[in-house]
Design a protein around this ligand. Structure first.
Ligand code: FPP
Ligand code: MG
Length: 298
């Protein structure tokens, strides 16, 4: 049924009747369509569910187009990013077009679904702004980091799950919580992979987050355990284009103090909570989606 969502998005794009937009859209990598999976598992395959999933995916794609401009990222999902191939202006406008078309279609589904999803877009924009602000200088504010993750990534997953529940009259709060936990854990894992994966698997340069200024959970945990001199060294590497020795220093310090395991544990706790919640509700498929997120090597 994911195919039905792909066809619906293609239909929305075709309706824009613009050859540049159509060719840009064809070049975009599709991604895992995680939000679609949540919506369809919760709400089934009705036309409203397919439309909701399509608009959410278009909004998500729009946010990534903008994010790659903001992050100066030259790759996305292993492919050249639109800002790199066609320039920032095109990437921003393509994002705006996807976003506004999605909203136009969203109003046709249900006022409540439109309200829930549009509120999430406000949150994800606030989250991206917080991410930029937090990246300016080294910090160890875990609370601010988690709030930013919630806004930037979890808000749209939370809204996807809630929108699915609204469409079929299920318990909104339970599905919101599931989506929220999954979203925060997903972004925590994305932040861990920036440290553990090589640039080929990642589709972007490794340790890019720290170079960009992003102090993710592993860096905060590492700072906490380091002695004063090493703390200063770590802070001196923040926002710096790292040479090989510096990158190796960060990775070995993370290894020495088992920082990845500790960070992964944080994400796992949220996922386990989501799994238990779904199992208690008899939602086996949704619990399996959560399980798949933590059944991987780091
Ligand atoms: C990826 O984070 C970014 C997001 C999940 C959200 C970005 C949101 C915006 C740019 C606001 C968009 C606004 C509208 C109106 C559509 P990341 O950079 O940590 O992850 P990455 O590794 O995937 O780049
Ligand atoms: Mg990014």
């Amino acid at each position: 049924m994911i195919n039905a969502v792909e066809r619906k998005i293609e239909q929305y794009i075709a309706e824009l009747d613009d050859t540049k937009v159509s060719s840009l859209y064809k070049k975009l990598p599709k991604g895992k369509r995680l939000r679609t999976k949540l919506i369809l598992k919760i709400a089934g395959n009705s036309l409203k569910a397919i439309k909701t999933a399509s608009t959410v995916e278009m909004i998500h794609t729009a946010s990534l187009l903008h994010d790659d401009v903001i992050d100066d990222a030259y790759t996305r999902r292993g492919k050249i990013s639109v800002n790199a191939s066609d320039g920032d202006k095109t990437a921003i406008m393509m994002g705006d077009i996807l976003y506004s078309k999605a909203f136009f279609e969203l109003t046709d589904i249900s006022p409540l679904v439109a309200k829930v999803v549009s509120n999430a877009v406000v949150q994800l924009s606030l989250g991206e702004l917080a991410d930029v602000e937090l990246s300016r200088k080294f910090h160890i504010n875990q609370e601010a980091y988690i709030k930013m993750l919630y806004q930037k990534t979890a808000s749209l997953m939370e809204a996807s799950a809630e929108a699915g529940a609204i469409l079929v009259g299920k318990n909104r709060e339970a599905y919101r919580k599931y989506g929220r936990n999954l979203g925060i854990a997903f972004q925590m894992i994305d932040d861990i992979l920036d440290i553990t994966s090589d640039s080929k698997t990642l589709g972007k340069p490794a340790l890019h987050d720290f170079v960009e200024g992003k102090v993710t959970l592993p860096y905060m945990y590492l700072y906490e355990v380091l002695a004063e001199e090493d703390r200063e060294y770590l802070v001196s590497l923040h926002r710096k284009r790292l040479n090989e020795d510096e990158a190796i220093w960060i990775k070995s310090a993370m290894k020495k103090y088992k920082i990845i395991e500790k960070s992964y544990q944080e994400a796992k706790e949220l996922v386990v909570e989501a799994i238990e919640l779904m199992e208690s509700m008899g939602e086996r498929d949704l619990s399996n989606i959560a399980k798949a997120m933590i059944e991987r090597e780091f």
